[in-house]
Design a protein around this ligand. Structure first.
Ligand code: AP5
Length: 223
C-alpha cells in the first residue's frame, strides 16, 4: 500500500525538513517543486533563466511549468509521494487530483503546517543548506556540529538561497496568502486537511505528522 501526502504551509514552515525525515523514516519519495525548479535554474537553459528571475523575486512560477515537472515524476512511479511545495494554486490542486486519478493513486492527507509570520522570518533568514546532500540547517536552531561542515556528508559546500532575504520573503508570503492559502478550504472540504502546530520543535512536528498517518506507521513497523 502506498501513502501520498501533501505538506502545505508558508515559506519556512518546515516542509522540507519534515519531508526529508519522512523519506528517511518511511521510504517515501519527496517531490519538491522548489528543488526541481532550482535544478532547472542551475541547468543554465533559457527556461532555467526565466525561472530564476521569478523565484528570486519571490513570485510563483507558472502552473504549466510546475504541473509538467510533477507529471514527469509521477510517471516514473514510486512507493508513495510527499508533495512538498506543490500544489500552490487551485489550478495546481485540480491538476494534481486529475494526475492522481489517471495513475490510480489516492491522496491520503494534506498536512497544514501552521507557523506565524514572525517565526517564518527568523527561520528563513537563518537558514542554510548543504549543496551536496541537501541537509537543511539554521544558524540558531540547527547549526552544523562543526562550523562550515555538513553533519551528514562532510561537504563544506554550505549555501544560502538567493530568495532567502527579507524583501523576497515579503513577496513569497503575499503569494502564499493570496494564491496558496485557499487550498486550506479546498482540502478541508474534501476531508483531507490535517493541521499541525509547526511552531513546535522539529521532533514534536514529526510526531504530529506521524499521528495523522496511522497507516504509514503500521507499514513501517509491520504491525
Ligand atoms: P520552495 O523551495 O518550495 O520554498 P518555500 O515554499 O518558500 O519553502 P521553503 O523551502 O522556504 O521552506 P520550508 O517550508 O521547506 O522550510 P524548511 O524545512 O527549509 O519554493 C521556492 C520558490 O520556487 C517559490 O517562491 C516559487 O518561486 C517557486 N515554486 C516552488 N514550487 C512552486 C509551485 N508549486 N508553483 C509555483 N512556483 C513554485 O525550514 C526553514 C528553516 O527553519 C530551516 O533552517 C529549518 O532548519 C528551520 N526549521 C524547520 N522546522 C523547524 C522547527 N520545527 N522549529 C525550528 N526551526 C525549524
Amino acid at each position: 500500500m502506498t501513502i501520498n501526502i501533501i505538506l502545505l504551509g508558508p515559506p519556512g514552515a518546515g516542509k522540507g525538513t519534515q519531508a526529508r525525515k519522512l523519506v528517511e523514516d518511511r521510504g517515501l519519495v519527496q517531490l519538491s517543486t522548489g528543488d526541481m525548479l532550482r535544478a532547472a535554474r542551475s541547468s543554465g537553459t533559457e527556461m532555467g533563466k526565466r525561472v530564476a528571475e521569478v523565484m528570486d523575486r519571490g513570485q510563483l512560477v507558472t502552473d504549466e511549468i510546475v504541473i509538467g515537472l510533477i507529471r514527469e515524476k509521477l510517471s516514473e512511479g514510486g512507493n508513495g509521494f510527499i508533495f512538498d511545495g506543490f500544489p500552490r494554486t487551485l489550478a495546481q490542486a485540480d491538476a494534481l487530483g486529475q494526475l492522481l486519478e489517471e495513475t490510480g493513486m489516492v491522496l491520503d492527507a494534506v498536512v497544514e503546517m501552521q507557523v506565524d509570520d514572525e517565526a517564518l522570518v527568523r527561520r528563513i533568514t537563518g537558514r542554510y543548506t548543504c549543496g551536496n546532500c541537501g541537509e537543511v540547517y539554521h544558524d540558531d536552531t540547527k547549526p552544523t556540529k562543526v562550523a562550515g561542515v555538513c553533519d551528514v556528508c562532510g561537504s563544506t559546500d554550505l549555501r544560502r538561497r538567493a530568495d532567502d532575504n527579507e524583501h523576497s520573503l515579503k513577496t513569497r508570503l503575499l503569494e502564499y496568502y493570496k494564491k496558496t492559502s485557499p487550498l486550506i478550504g479546498y482540502y478541508y472540504a474534501k476531508g483531507k486537511l490535517a493541521p499541525v502546530d509547526g511552531l513546535a520543535d522539529m521532533d514534536r512536528v514529526s510526531d504530529q505528522i506521524a499521528a495523522v498517518l496511522p497507516l504509514s506507521r503500521e507499514i513501517a513497523t509491520g504491525t
